[in-house]
Design a protein around this ligand. Structure first.
Ligand code: GAL
Length: 678
């Protein structure tokens, strides 16, 4: 069953192929700007993102606006069939603004105000900053919101970071007061009688930081929630300003995927019409390409899931970045393959950073569609052009559609904040995302669509919910998980789950409902942490698997014990349990294990839950993703691979009919459509 959605860009309802374009850097080179249009058309570019860092050129001094250069660019591109994604310039402020309003400069957690420089570093509480942003955003909207070329607002750029100035402290106090109402409740929730840190006045509430408070974990969590709230509030003001003229132009903000921990993207996505994100995987790390592809796919899935709608890939590099320790080129084929992977996971665009390579400053060696050579005679240009040729073929099959997922994976950034601060089992590192990736692997490889959900999400419609290391049971997640299982769903929990509530207070009691002990049929007495060189093991379905990092010692109550520890003083205690609870089933995996354990366990559990893989097997290096009717078979290895098909398909890219054993060359994909559906 395929679900259909409204286009993310109704004025131009097509797969977007575009990217960040910075003509403000080239105003002294009119011949280059002229040539760019010709080259962009040749590369099948149909939209550009303009104005992201243009503030100093749009408002060179306070209240003096110079839009004429931008008018010309937008018009000229539009005459040539190229649409505009128009950005608000709040990601980087002009010098004059910081000079006149020093409050816009952030203050570090140690209390020191930063000097002017760089970007993405403004105080988002500052009334002066908000007002100057509102003015420039409104001016942009007045001038361009009804321009036929403008299809989407791009709000700011990659929101991130925090500020510890007095304005932020004051706003934080208000926010905390509003939430807790009384100091008594605050002191209880933050457990601040510990070490005599009791708050006796709201004025004592101050952001955490290395020069001050680091031991009150509730404070730490609330500060992160406040920063999240303040950032979203700032973004909402920007959206309001740009929509004040024409509410029909949708708004997006470019997010940074699943591994960025500074903001709760599920909260942010609620305010956006469409989610977009910037993906920069480290392709071609020796022997890791498949893992890198999996981890990038997980990020695509998370971005799609925040709104449960197709998303835009706002940025990717045509070849190399310039900000990693090693800037590896994308090998031939890799760019196209990565683009296909994004589309397979729900993207409705392939957009780049950057369209033209800048000549100086911090990003001059970041690759671009048009390099310093200024010609079309480059490998990168040709590969980008190829992607542009491919997109219309995919558009006719999958644009604005998704395949609903039966599997949900709980990934909650607030849980990650709490784990990082847990101060206990493994202070050197708890690999939360590593565990998530292992749980995702089987489904990713075998073409089973997975939604990423968080503690606030509804679980209706899923057959299987996997909640790895959900240390913090926030909101009403334990009630939702209980009802999900009671109604017939299958739940999987893992080690270090259901330990604290949403202010990081540990649950009290042995077997309690809060901890889901009834649903899981067991309770946890202790948890061992293993040294890095240490390991345990478990036998499961006739195979032995290694266990690392964390091992729980648990008491079964009503659960079946499927396997046990092979070593240490807890040899014989359960490692994997299964419990029938009303109409459903709940599994628990009491230790962290090697990847294969999760692949084998999830194959069994998915089969039991009626979630079937479309093909019986997929070889090493290859992953299958299904969107709509299409099977995307992708080979991330540098050797060709053969996949056995159980049906007749036509290959959308080559046009040929295929069945039986089909070869997928190195670093390439086959996009297959079952024949009977044609
Ligand atoms: C992104 C950013 C772009 C550009 C790009 C380089 O994170 O939004 O402006 O800096 O990285 O890879």
């Amino acid at each position: 069953m395929t679900q259909h959605y409204d286009s993310a860009t109704p004025k131009f309802p097509h797969m977007l192929h575009g990217g960040d374009y910075n003509p403000e850097q080239w105003l002294k080179y009119p011949e280059i700007l002229e040539k760019d249009v010709e080259l962009l058309k040749k590369a099948n570019i149909n939209c550009v993102s303009l104005g992201i860092f243009s503030w100093a050129n749009l408002e060179p001094s306070k209240d003096h606006f110079t839009f004429e250069w931008l008018d010309k660019i937008i018009d000229r591109l539009y005459e040539n069939g190229i649409y505009t994604v128009l950005a608000t310039p709040s990601g980087s402020r002009p010098q004059w603004l910081a000079e006149e309003y020093p409050e816009v400069l952030r203050v570090s957690e140690g209390g020191q105000r930063f000097l002017y420089g760089n970007r993405h570093n403004h105080c988002l509480t500052s009334p002066a900053y908000r007002e100057r942003v509102r003015i420039i955003d409104t001016k942009l909207a007045e001038r361009y919101a009804n321009h036929p070329a403008v299809i989407l607002w791009h709000i700011s750029n990659e929101f991130s970071g925090d500020c510890h100035c007095e304005l932020c402290q004051q706003a934080f106090r208000e926010w905390v007061k509003d939430k807790y109402k009384t100091l008594d409740d605050l002191n209880h929730a933050w457990w601040s009688h510990f070490w005599s840190h009791t708050y006796t006045s709201w004025d004592q509430v101050h952001s955490p930081g290395y020069m001050g408070e680091t031991s009150v974990h509730g404070l730490d969590l609330e500060w992160k929630r406040f920063v999240n709230h303040q950032t979203i509030d700032f973004m909402k003001e920007e959206i309001k300003a740009v929509k004040s003229v024409n509410p029909d132009i949708p708004a997006t903000a470019n997010l940074m995927g699943i591994y960025f921990e500074g903001l709760d993207y599920f909260e942010m996505a609620k305010e956006l019409d469409v989610v977009s994100w910037d993906s920069y995987p480290e392709w071609h790390k020796p022997n890791e390409n498949e893992i890198i592809a999996r981890n990038d796919s997980l990020a695509h899935d998370m971005m799609r899931s925040t709104k449960k709608k197709p998303f835009l890939l706002m940025e990717c590099t045509p070849s190399t970045t310039n900000w990693r320790s090693i800037s590896k080129l994308k090998k031939p084929g890799m760019h196209c393959l990565a683009a296909i992977n994004a589309i397979a996971h729900g993207a409705d665009s392939i957009q780049y950073f950057q369209l033209r390579q800048s000549r100086g400053s911090a990003e001059k060696f970041h690759s671009a569609v048009i390099s310093h050579t200024g010609t079309e005679n480059t490998r990168v240009f040709r590969e980008v052009t190829e992607v542009g040729e491919l997109l219309p073929k995919l558009e006719s099959e999958v644009y604005s559609t998704l395949t609903p997922a039966k599997v949900a994976l709980v990934v909650d950034v607030q849980n990650k904040w709490a784990i990082d601060k847990s101060l206990g089992p493994r202070n050197q590192y708890i690999d939360y995302y590593g565990l998530i990736q292992k749980c995702y692997n089987y489904f990713w490889k075998n073409g089973i669509c997975v939604d990423i959900v968080n503690c606030d999400s509804e679980l209706d419609g899923y057959s299987l919910v996997i909640a790895p290391m959900l240390y913090m049971f926030r909101g009403n997640i334990s009630d939702k998980l209980r009802s999900f299982v009671a109604d017939g769903g299958t739940l999987v929990t893992t080690v270090f789950s259901g330990v604290v509530d949403d202010t990081d207070l540990c649950f009290l009691g042995e077997a309690t409902k809060e901890k889901l002990s009834d649903v899981l049929g067991m309770w946890v007495e202790e948890m061992d942490s293993l040294y890095d060189e240490d390991e345990n093991a478990t036998d499961f379905n006739g195979k032995e698997y290694k266990l690392y990092e964390l091992c729980e010692l648990l008491h079964p109550t009503t659960c079946e014990v499927l396997s046990t520890y092979k070593k240490d003083f807890y040899k014989g205690l359960p490692t994997i349990t299964r419990n029938k609870f009303e109409k459903g089933t709940a599994y628990h995996l009491a230790a962290t294990g090697e990847g294969e354990l999760y692949d084998d366990l999830f194959k069994m559990i998915a089969d039991e839950a009626g979630v079937r893989a479309p093909l019986s097997s997929v070889p090493k290096g290859v992953s299958l993703t299904v969107r709509g009717d299409l099977y995307f078979l992708q080979n991330f290895d540098e050797e060709e691979r053969t996949v056995s098909l159980d049906n007749k398909f036509s290959d959308l890219l080559s046009g040929e009919s295929v069945e039986g054993d089909v070869v997928i060359p190195a670093l390439s994909a086959r996009v297959l459509k079952p024949c009977e559906k044609q």
